[in-house]
Design a binder for this molecule. Structure first.
Ligand SMILES: [Zn+2]
Length: 83
């Protein structure tokens, strides 16, 4: 069972949960990756539904995160929590 592929490099990401939990609706929980969810953004011409029940979700592999540290923001409390 796979999670979504990495949004940036398209590498396949394996589902981190048990096969039993993969059968449920939520399966975008990758090993070696992070999940990002957006409920839209004022200013987007692609997605701004203005409904809390509507969202888009992607996965990005840890390698892509490490390769592009200048492409994300980290809160002060998060800066010493990733490698
Ligand atoms: Zn990647």
């Amino acid at each position: 069972m796979n999670s979504l592929n990495c949004f940036r490099c398209n590498c396949p990401l394996q589902f981190a949960g048990s096969p039993r939990s993969a059968a449920k609706a939520v399966r975008n929980q990758p090993n070696d990756g992070l999940v990002f969810r957006s409920y839209g953004n004022y200013g987007s011409t692609f997605f701004d539904p203005m409904r809390e029940s509507a969202y888009l979700e992607i996965a990005i592999c840890d390698g892509c995160m490490r390769a592009q540290p200048e492409h994300f923001l980290a809160s002060e409390g998060a800066r010493d929590s990733y490698e």
